[in-house]
Design a protein around this ligand. Structure first.
Ligand code: SIN
Length: 294
């Protein structure tokens, strides 16, 4: 479905939803050029409404991508992952064609860096080179996940903290020795700040919309507050199953030049690793967020 222009005459872009729960394509926008204040405000409003935006055909250098990132908030240099040589604020999300049977950055359901005191508010991912098939990305709407949570799980997560640990892929999913992530992504390990426990509300209120979202991270959440890891494990598994139900997701088939912009406070995402033998390169920037509030 295509909606009319958003934001009045001076913000002539169209919005077309890509799935029922979240995600919309924005048409008629060139982010290589600076946006007017009205256009920027309309784009922020579109992100608050749809949680993930996709803009095709964007020709963006790193500086232009950073300027587009600043529409949503200050650029945040991501800790623990080495930035690109050209600009440390930009991560090159890369898997080379010869890197077979190896993990990829973001290859399980997660939100970004939830183990930080102030996890990022969102990210932009710009496709530079994409495989001929596969390499899609999924997002899941955590507002809808919370609003439809079965009562017994809702009673458990409401007014409770969830414990997040970086380490740096999360304790449960830390790579086996000798196995590992694509060598093209350089993670700094053994940082005590990433390895410590950090408690955030398991249900957070979104600062823009005021709506509540589940904030439990399948990679970084090790346990629910007041429970051991063993007690938490079956509950976390049930929460994950619910939070990632296909009805709450959208899936993006990348073309070179596509830009995705997502809200990290109310979504999970998942990079599908099904393109062995082909190169995939995307540039990722992040914008800063606030400490989650219940
Ligand atoms: C990520 O930011 O988690 C990576 C997403 C992707 O490569 O599709």
């Amino acid at each position: 479905m295509t909606e009319g222009p958003k934001g009045g005459r001076s913000a002539p872009f169209e919005i077309a939803k890509v799935a029922g729960s979240l995600g919309a394509e924005v048409r008629g926008l060139d982010l290589a050029q600076p946006l007017s204040g009205t256009q920027a405000a309309a784009l922020r409003a579109a992100l608050a409404e749809h949680l993930v935006l996709f803009v095709r055909g964007q020709s963006l250098g790193m500086a232009q991508q950073k300027r587009a990132t600043e529409i949503f908030g200050p650029v945040q240099r991501v800790p623990y992952v080495e930035g690109s040589a050209e600009d440390p604020d930009v991560i090159a999300v890369l898997k080379e064609a010869e890197e077979r049977r190896i993990g990829v950055f973001g290859g399980d359901w997660h939100s970004d860096f939830s183990f930080l005191e102030r996890p990022p508010a969102g990210s932009l991912l710009h496709a530079v080179e994409v495989p001929p098939y596969g390499g899609d990305t999924l997002w899941a709407n955590q507002i809808e996940a919370f609003e439809t949570l079965p009562d017994e799980l809702r009673e458990i997560v409401e007014n409770r903290g969830a414990v997040h640990v970086g380490k740096p892929h999360g304790v449960k999913w830390a790579p086996q020795p000798g196995a590992g992530l694509s060598r093209s992504i350089k993670i700094r390990r053994g940082d005590p700040e990433a390895d410590r426990e950090r408690v955030h509300p398991a249900v957070r209120r979104h600062p823009s919309s005021g709506r509540r979202a589940l904030f439990v991270n399948p990679i970084y959440t090790t346990r629910l507050e007041g429970m051991s890891e063993a007690e938490s494990a079956p509950l976390l598994e049930r929460i994950k199953q619910h939070a990632t139900r296909p009805e709450f997701t959208c899936r993006w088939r990348w073309r070179a030049g596509d830009l995705a912009i997502w809200d990290n406070r109310a979504t999970l995402h998942y990079a599908i690793n099904d393109y062995d033998g082909h190169r995939r390169l995307l540039h990722r920037t992040t914008f800063a967020g606030e400490a989650p509030v219940a």
